[in-house]
Design a protein around this ligand. Structure first.
Ligand SMILES: Nc1ncnc2c1ncn2[C@@H]1O[C@H](COP(=O)(O)OP(=O)(O)O)[C@@H](O)[C@H]1O
Ligand SMILES: [Mg+2]
Length: 187
């Protein structure tokens, strides 16, 4: 698919009239193509450290798996393939392990608890959780929440909301990258 734009565009920083501290607390980006979404994922994957938790929220087809694919590439995972939808947890190995958890098929919080995710969530890899809204009450309170919204066929908005110091730090790094990342990676 051809890209309309060659970079991610920062469209809004929450509360632009608020003091500096507030400015750093969330970030909204518009992606114009799957490739841009993958590129955002690559940035996240490159910045990720062991123990990081990325919670993805957004309806079917908004781009959660597309973003995860980029995160995998950013972690230097070579053999990323799109998973069949019945796979709930995948372990992939690159610079760090990536635990890709997809709660789509689960309907009750008890089912999420039964998965016994603690070894993943508090392990030595990076966790990406699709359909995180289904497990929010039992997932770590410190995380980067990424809310994806469908704008049109090829446009999606990504609203990044950090909880905790580590994720404010990631946000600050992503802001820097999103201004300076023209054509750095071709997906
Ligand atoms: N800007 C975009 N970002 C991500 N996906 C996009 C974008 N524009 C179109 N798409 C398409 O939307 C679909 C997203 O699929 P997927 O990542 O599997 O969604 P989800 O995991 O959220 O259900 C793919 O077919 C992709 O090609
Ligand atoms: Mg998906």
């Amino acid at each position: 698919m051809a890209e309309k734009e060659s970079r991610l565009i920062l469209v809004k920083q929450d509360g632009s009239t608020l003091p500096e501290m507030k400015l750093s607390q969330s970030l909204e980006l518009i992606s114009h193509s799957p490739e841009q979404t993958q590129r955002l994922g690559i940035h996240i994957g490159e910045l990720a450290l062991a123990g990081d938790i990325f919670l993805l929220v957004g309806g079917l087809g908004t781009g959660k798996t597309c973003l995860t694919q980029g995160i995998a590439w950013g972690l230097n995972i070579k053999e990323y393939t799109l998973s069949p939808s019945f796979v709930i947890i995948r372990e992939l190995y690159g610079r760090l392990p990536l635990y890709h958890i997809d709660l789509y098929r689960l309907d009750h919080i008890e089912e999420v608890i039964e998965l016994g995710l603690d070894n993943y969530l508090y392990g030595n890899g990076v966790c990406v959780v699709e359909w995180a809204e289904k497990g929010l009450s039992v997932l770590p309170t410190e995380h980067l929440l990424i809310q994806i919204s469908f704008l049109d066929d090829t446009e999606r908005s990504f609203h990044l909301k950090p909880s905790g110091k580590r994720y404010l730090e990631i946000l600050a790094q992503l802001k820097h990258l999103s201004f300076n990342s023209q054509e750095r990676v071709n997906c």
